[in-house]
Design a protein around this ligand. Structure first.
Ligand code: GDD
Ligand code: MG
Length: 247
């Protein structure tokens, strides 16, 4: 792959999108097309780092095609097995070259159309982090059943009550980070599962970092299944209590 323009040498912002995938063969081409369109329209430098965990559905074959079609913007950084969402971000960051890192899901729950607003917000306030929020302003959740909605809302209320971070969507993972900030946050939290989003936001607030919010509509995936299970929910509760103890 031809090297992407380095943000350090050009002095211009380079936005790296880290996209963890597990069985996203059907979603990946469209999300990549949308990302390309969004960044091109905005005249922004960008790259996409796909972290696929050996998906049995052939996601990596699709990803390899996209690497060629969108060269030099797309890289595939696979792992051999399903090692989890949090470590996928850490893995992706090792290869990302941008000075800004965007983390999002590959299943259209996080629509690329919100990226320009997140970038604009970051620039306005020079925020360390800008997080997409489903629970403020025009934000919302569409397509989830009541149980899943209550789980998400409950998880946010629980963490907000115990930890008081003042961030409206702690479990959401559609975020823009300054690169150096994300590197430091990864070093200072052990949480690596779905708990990680909450732990990163709470730790950031405890360190005095600034977090801007952009309302997003989160739409449930059309293709494939969620990988969030009961075990993750227990881990989340443990994560909140651990942070309560340590921050
Ligand atoms: N590489 C890798 N990717 C993974 C893994 N598990 C999930 N993914 C990818 O991570 C993204 C999110 O996974 P989903 O399974 O679609 O998650 P969800 O149930 O929709 O959960 C969403 O909402 C949660 C709570 O609001 C969020 O915490 C979570 O990050 C995500 O946005 C998708 O792109 C999926 O392919 C994994 O073990 N490895
Ligand atoms: Mg999803």
């Amino acid at each position: 792959m031809a090297p992407a323009k380095s943000s350090k040498s050009s002095g211009k912002a380079l936005y790296s999108v880290i996209l963890p995938t597990f069985n996203e063969r059907q979603n990946l081409p469209i999300i990549t097309w949308l990302l390309n369109r969004t960044f091109t329209e905005q005249n922004l430098d960008w790259e996409l780092v796909i972290v696929d965990d050996g998906s049995p559905d052939g996601t990596q074959d699709v990803a390899k095609q996209l690497v060629k079609v969108y060269a030099p913007h797309v890289q595939l950084q696979p792992r051999t097995g399903k090692l989890g969402l949090g470590t996928a971000y850490v893995h992706g960051l090792k290869f990302a070259r941008g000075n800004y890192i965007i983390i999002m899901d590959a299943d259209f729950s996080h629509h690329p159309k919100f990226i320009p607003q997140m970038i604009e917000k970051q620039r306005q306030g020079n925020y360390d982090i800008v997080t997409g929020t489903r629970y403020a302003g025009d934000g919302g959740v569409y397509g989830w059943d009541l149980k899943r909605k209550l789980t998400s809302k409950g998880a946010n209320i629980f963490a907000d009550t115990v930890l008081r971070p003042g961030v409206s969507d702690l479990t959401g993972s559609f975020r823009l980070y300054k690169r150096a900030v994300l590197e430091k946050l990864f070093e200072s939290t052990d949480a690596r599962g779905f708990t990680m989003q909450m732990a990163l936001a709470v730790t950031a607030k405890a360190k005095g970092l600034s977090i801007g919010e952009v309302p997003i509509s989160f739409v449930d995936r059309v293709y494939g299944d969620s990988k969030l299970g009961g075990e993750e929910i227990v881990e989340y509760a443990k994560g909140v209590l651990q942070l309560w103890w340590t921050t």
